[in-house]
Ligand binder design. Structure first.
Ligand SMILES: Nc1ncnc2c1ncn2[C@@H]1O[C@H](COP(=O)(O)OP(=O)(O)OP(=O)(O)O)[C@@H](O)[C@H]1O
Length: 305
């Protein structure tokens, strides 16, 4: 299958290093519409330095679904997200992203159609929020010299800035943003090319409770404003899941413990097994919280019980 070909409505900008093609500057035609699932992972293993990192992973994500990818430290969540974002190939098994099989397409090209939010965004210059968001069109960290957005693109950046609750910080510069504001700016940036898939790698890391709640609220607003968008959110913390989360996959030691509709997967037993600790979940107003199940002494140290 041919890789998706983004539509560039302005001269192709180059990255400062000149080695990356621009993401679809103005995605006028949007990514190619296919009837295939947004993501399809089938029997994937991934081996690094002779060690299995992922084993026998299968997953299908469809338009409008919002997946939580949960598991303890080292479970393989970020590695799996890298496969879903076309950052890396599986050792065996198949991964289809937006209907295109990894190994048969140009990964860089495919990546430009996936909104990937990495909280470790390596921006070094004091760009304004709006300009940070516009770099989502060129798929670059910095503004591309001599590339200028159209008025429509600037208006779209402003719409996304508003959608993520940053309208009052539009002119603020990156170094002055709080961590939560940066995170939301990066989500707006990832949405600029109008991706069908949004990948979020621990977006609430380091946020205080207000920042986390603002993020969750904005993700929920986003789900409603873009009902066709599919997302996969990696976290260790169930409190960070937006109420609109539809599905979950539990990873432990590189293997899938459970996967499917969120209410079937997020159970005391399954979460307890995943994190190897007796846990009790509660759900209130669509949000999850979790604490030690003290009725079950299993797995607790004497002091903890
Ligand atoms: N290039 C590599 N070579 C060898 N081992 C690797 C490599 N990359 C990752 N790993 C190992 O694979 C395992 C899974 O890593 P990964 O970062 O995907 O886990 P994670 O679930 O995202 O963890 P965390 O929650 O701590 O971020 C870890 O044990 C990690 O050390």
């Amino acid at each position: 299958m041919a890789p998706p070909s983004p539509t560039a409505a302005s001269p192709a900008p180059r990255t400062p290093s000149g080695d990356l093609p621009p993401a679809a500057a103005p995605r006028e035609g949007s990514p190619p519409v296919t009837t295939a699932p947004v993501l399809r992972v089938d029997g994937v293993d991934l081996v690094r330095d002779g060690s299995p990192i992922l084993s026998e992973i299968s997953l299908t994500v469809r338009s409008g679904e919002h997946w939580a990818l949960l598991g303890p430290n080292g479970a393989g969540k970020s590695t799996l997200l890298g496969l879903l974002g076309a950052l890396t190939h599986p050792t065996c098994g198949t991964v289809e992203v937006l209907g295109h099989r990894l190994g048969r397409v140009d990964l860089r090209e495919l990546r430009s159609h996936v909104g990937h939010v990495d909280p470790r965004h390596p921006l070094r210059t004091p760009l304004k929020v709006r300009d940070v968001v516009l770099t989502g069109l060129t798929n670059t960290v910095e503004r591309v010299p001599r590339w200028h957005p159209t008025p429509e693109q600037t208006a779209e950046a402003d719409r996304l800035v508003d959608l993520l609750g940053l309208g009052h910080r539009r002119e603020a510069r990156w170094p002055t943003l709080s961590q939560g504001e940066r995170g939301r700016a990066l989500i707006a940036r990832a949405l600029m090319p109008r991706p069908r898939l949004l990948l979020l790698d621990e977006p609430a890391t380091g946020l205080d409770v207000a920042g986390r709640e603002q993020l969750v609220d904005r993700l929920d607003t986003l789900h409603r404003a873009h009902p066709e968008l599919a997302s996969v959110l990696v976290t260790h913390h169930l409190e960070e899941l937006p109420p609109g989360t539809t599905h979950a996959l539990l990873l432990r030691e590189g293997r899938c413990l459970a996967s499917g509709p969120v209410d079937e997967v997020l159970t005391d037993d399954r979460i307890g097994t995943c994190f190897d600790h007796p846990l009790r979940l509660t759900r209130l107003d669509g949000r999850w919280s979790v604490r030690t199940d003290r009725a079950s002494g299993a797995g607790l140290s004497r002091e903890a019980v």
